[in-house]
Structure formats: C-alpha cells, structure tokens
Write a protein that binds this ligand. Structure first.
Ligand code: ASP
Length: 414
C-alpha cells in the first residue's frame, strides 16, 4: 500500500530534523533539495495567482455577485485577523514576557541586516502597480492581485466573443499551472526533508532560553487560535466536524510549516481545498490567492504580541490608546507582509514606528527576534494557511456549495 502524501511528508520532516541533529556539517549537502523544491513552487506562483484570480473574477460574472463574494471574503479576513490579534494582545498583557528581560548584550545580529518595509501609506499605495508586467516580474503579489481583479472584472464587460476567448485562455493557463503543481507536489517529501534539515541546523538555540517566555507566549497564542478559535468558526458556519477539515489539510499544513511561506504553499492549498474539501474553483480561485497574501492571522497575532514584548522589555508602558494603535497597525502589517519566510518580522518596524518606539535598543531586540524567528515563522505560517483554507470553505458553504466532508456523526469514508 502506498503511504498517503501527508504521512510521507511527516516522515520526511522527522528524518530532516534527525539528520540535522546528527550530521549538522552535512546539512549544506541536502539543503539544495529544499531550495530546488521551493524554487519549483515559486515558479508556478505568479502565473497561478494571475490566472486563478482572473478566471475567478471573470467567472463570478456580474458585479453584484462579485461584490457579495468580495464582501464576505473581506469580512472573514478582517474578523479572523482581529480575533488573532485579540488573543495576542491578551496573552502578552497577562504573561508579560518582556518584563525583566536582559538580553541586550547577547545581540549577534545587526538590525541593519533587516530591510525597512516603508510606511503604512507606502504599503497601501504599492497595491496599485504602475506596471503590471514589472509587478509580475518582481513577484509583487499585492500588485498582481489588484491588477488581476480589475482585469478579470473588465473581461466581464466585454462583448461575448472577446470575453469567452479571454476566459477560456486564462482558464487553460490556470489548469496547466495546476497540472504542473500536482507534479511538483509529488516531490514534497524530498523537498521537505531538505527544508527541515536547513531550518533545524540554522536555529539559534543559544538565544532560545533568554527569550523562551516570549516564544512560548507567541506559540500559546498561535495554538489557541489554531485549536480553538478557527475550529469554532469552522463549526459555526458549516456545522461540520473541524477535524475533518484539519485532516484534509494535513499535507498543506506540513508544507506551510516546512517552507514558512504561504505563497509557496498556495498551489497545494488550492489543490487540497478543491479536491478534498470540495470547494468550487470559482470560490477557491478568488479567496485563496488573496488569502495567501492578505489574510495572515498568525502574522497579525505575532505583530501585536511582538511589539508589546519589545515595549515591555524596554520598560515603555503602552496605554490603552497606544495599544489600540498597535492593534490596527498590526492588522495592516499582516496585510502588507508578503507570504514568504520572515516577512512578518520585517513588518514589525511599521508597528514600532506607529507607536514611536524607534530607539536602537528596540531594533537590537528585533535582531534577537530574528535569531529565533524560524520556528515561530513555521507555526504562524501554518496558522495563516489554515485560516485561508477555512475561509474558502466557509464562504463556499455560504454560497450554497456542497462540501466533501462526511456529515457530523456519520462514519468517515476512507
Ligand atoms: N512566513 C509567513 C507566511 O508566509 C509570513 C510571516 O513571516 O509572518 O505566511
């Protein structure tokens, strides 16, 4: 019997971790396996997002349905991100992981190594690409999404002859990209082995102890959102057993964890949500590519908790008003963060700036956070991707689509 893909991936993860622990020096030899796999996935992302959103929007047809679907998607994204932020805010205020922290001397990474993401206004402005071809060439996903939505909408306004041609063309591109994806997914266990070896070998274990409380606070918050908040939302809107969904998404979650990238996981997410949950291509092709870039619950929680942690460590009390500013900028930062490794950490500068914490000591702390970011990034990416997949299912269900999972209370089919 052939082992299911997610089991193959889990075994590869365990072997990768073991390999990196036992043969740390040999990791550079296997690391290319992970890099090749990520490159293959990244290769399909731009044409996949473009063709998927264009077909999605053009397929929805009239502007009323588009508005309805867009409205639901937006509402889901905002609500779940705010709920995640609320969890992060509460935990950081209760646990106070930053109080009494003394790690400034241990900084090994210069904050200058981090890229400056620009201001909130910049992020909003950048959504409109001046040149869609350049946006595609540079992998500017927000720009691609914006262009694809309005282009897809323009298609619906064309005379039938042209709209049919364009729809058929982009549908064909989309299907070709999904066919490619399926071929690439078969390599997942090999790729994941390389990715996990690399991740484990590069973790700064020395600092883990110093900022252990901070890491545990974030992990606890992510777990609450992943194991309690999201399943409740899933159940409330679909009346199905959340475990069925989590089981169906096992390979997707393992990939998000190994690669720390929502974007690179997107091809797998679309595949699983359509094939295993039974969501139509119309909904998944609209909701998921946007979700992979805009809807990042884990990252939103992290932005909020991370900034409060820094404020606590520096002894800067943040009042109610300022915490409110953190909440809103954390949301914006999570929207603006790209679906790539450590993007969320870089965005933390925006939130820091919004509350006026711009001292070198604060940046030094971000340096420490970078050193221990990899495991946190892995977990928040799983949360990000899970929330996207639940969003697609909840929205599909609200549009009257029939889902594939067994009904609650009935026995599972294999
Ligand atoms: N790596 C995350 C993602 O791709 C973003 C982040 O760094 O928070 O979803």
């Amino acid at each position: 019997m052939k082992l299911k893909l997610h089991w193959q991936i889990f075994i590869a993860m365990a072997l990768g971790g073991l390999f990196a622990t036992l043969f740390k020096d040999q990791v550079p030899m296997v690391a290319p396996l992970g890099d090749i796999f990520m490159r293959l996935l990244k290769m399909v992302i731009v044409p996949l997002i473009l063709s998927s959103i264009i077909t999605g929007v053009a397929g929805i047809g009239d502007s009323r349905s588009l508005g309805r679907l867009g409205g639901k998607t937006f509402l889901y994204y905002i609500t779940t991100s705010f709920l995640a932020i609320a969890v992060g805010l509460t935990l950081t205020n209760v646990i106070q992981p930053g109080v009494g922290l003394e790690v400034a001397q241990e900084v090994t990474i210069s904050p200058d190594d981090l890229e400056n993401p620009g201001s909130v206004a910049d992020i909003l402005m950048r959504i409109i690409p001046i040149n869609p071809v350049a946006a595609a060439a540079e992998g500017d996903i927000l720009g691609i999404i914006f262009f694809a939505i309005i282009f897809g909408f323009a298609i619906t306004r064309l005379p039938e002859k042209h709209s049919k041609t364009l729809q058929a063309f982009f549908q064909a591109v989309f299907e070709a990209m999904m066919t490619l994806t399926q071929a690439i997914i078969r390599l997942a266990p090999i790729g994941v082995f390389g990715l996990i070896s690399q991740a484990v070998a590069s973790m700064g274990f020395g600092l883990f102890q110093a900022v252990g409380k901070y890491m545990l606070t974030i992990l606890l918050g992510l777990s609450i959102h992943f194991l309690i908040v999201l399943p409740i939302i899933f159940y409330l809107f679909t009346r199905r057993n959340p475990l069925d969904h989590y089981r169906a998404m096992a390979a997707v979650m393992a990939m998000a964890f190994s690669g720390s990238s929502s974007s690179a996981t997107l091809p797998l997410t679309i595949d699983a949500v359509e094939k295993k949950a039974g969501v139509s291509n119309k909904v998944s092709s609209f909701v998921l590519p946007m979700g992979a870039t805009i809807n990042m619950d884990g990252t939103a929680l992290y932005e909020c908790a991370g900034v409060l942690f820094i404020a606590q460590a520096l002894g800067i009390p943040l009042g109610f008003g300022q915490q409110l500013v953190v909440v809103f900028t954390a949301l914006l930062a999570s929207i603006g963060a790209a679906g790539i490794p450590s993007a969320g950490l870089v965005m933390i500068f925006i939130v820091l700036e919004a509350v006026g914490i711009t001292t070198p000591a604060a940046y030094a702390l971000v340096g420490i956070m970078l050193a221990v970011d990899r495991p946190l990034d892995m977990f928040r990416t799983v949360v990000n991707v899970t929330s996207d997949s639940i969003g697609a299912v909840v929205i599909a269900h609200s549009e009257g689509e029939k889902l594939n999972y067994p009904l609650v209370g009935t026995s599972r089919s294999a």
